[in-house]
Design a protein around this ligand. Structure first.
Ligand SMILES: Nc1ncnc2c1ncn2[C@@H]1O[C@H](COP(=O)(O)OP(=O)(O)OP(=O)(O)O)[C@@H](O)[C@H]1O
Length: 269
């Protein structure tokens, strides 16, 4: 059975008004992303890669509802997005935790805002702390946690809102390679448990292939869909060295080759 469509991009274009370097006080239109047309299935984990400046964050801003397309539209469950909503959670590269709240307090914050009663809130906080493996660190403040732990709190906090869609903007980019790999597998485990629809933006080809059921490869700016690559890997979590598996190597090479085509020359990937 084919899963239902969750998110649809219909001819999505975003232009910004920028200063015209040739004419003082004049502006010109700058196209950040152009004619994006693709869908994300319900419960899918899809990754988006592309060179620096190709419009990945712009795209995420539009899905989150913080900005809107100049042309086209984005639909969730068939409804056009018109602004932010609790159905979408965001995890950024920087942890964005409240420094004056403990890990527990950070996770609880969203639940409080939703008006969930105290006892239920406590239970949910413990559930999400356990989900990200931080049961014993709930009383620590952000400055007492490692980078990886802070990011796990940020993920738990987003999940505590129970959004349908989790938007992740290079969430592991600031972490060392080993922590990044362990959080990647943790994210897969969480995704399998929660069945969320996840859009994950990354610069990393390995990360895109390891996490994504499909990888959307964008062109250098203006960002357009160059290709959507299927990643038919079955045993990401069971095989500790999946990155050495011939299927992984093949998929990685396919994405790498697209990002090294002549039109990407000079782009920072
Ligand atoms: N508010 C804005 N006004 C003008 N131009 C903008 C604005 N926001 C983004 N841009 C431009 O749009 C393009 C896409 O930016 P965006 O941040 O989406 O790229 P990105 O792919 O996320 O980059 P990176 O991988 O480096 O984070 C860039 O050229 C950027 O300068």
């Amino acid at each position: 059975m084919v899963a239902a469509e969750k998110i649809r991009f219909e001819s999505v274009t975003k232009t910004f008004s920028v200063r015209d370097p040739k004419q003082k006080e004049a502006t010109q239109a700058f196209t950040a992303v152009k004619d994006l047309d693709f869908s994300v299935r319900k419960g899918e984990l899809i990754t988006i890669v592309g060179p620096s400046g190709c419009g990945k964050s712009t795209l995420l801003d539009m899905i989150s509802g913080l900005s809107s397309p100049t042309h086209g539209r984005i639909l969730i469950d068939g409804q056009t997005i018109t602004g932010p909503g609790l159905d979408r959670g965001i995890v950024f590269q920087q942890y964005a935790l409240f420094p004056w709240k403990t890990a527990r307090g950070n996770i609880e914050f969203g639940l409080e805002a939703k008006g969930i009663p105290k006892q239920e809130r406590r239970e949910q906080v413990e559930h999400y702390l356990a989900l990200v493996g931080l049961t014993h660190f709930g009383d620590r403040y952000p400055h007492e946690l490692s980078g990886g732990m802070k990011q796990r709190v940020a993920i738990a906090r987003s999940l505590a809102f129970n959004p349908d869609v989790l938007l992740m903007d290079e969430p592991f980019a600031a972490l060392d390679a080993q922590t990044r790999e362990s959080l990647q597998s943790e994210l897969l485990r969480i995704w399998q448990q929660t069945q969320k629809t996840i859009i994950f933006i990354t610069h990393g080809i390995d990360e895109a292939v390891y996490l994504g059921e499909r990888v959307v490869v964008l062109t250098p700016g203006p960002g357009m869909v160059r290709q959507i690559v299927d990643i038919p890997l079955q045993s990401r979590l069971e095989d500790a060295d999946i990155r050495s598996h011939p299927d992984f190597v093949k998929a990685r090479h396919e994405v790498w080759s697209l990002l090294h085509e002549p039109e990407y020359r000079g782009a920072y990937i």
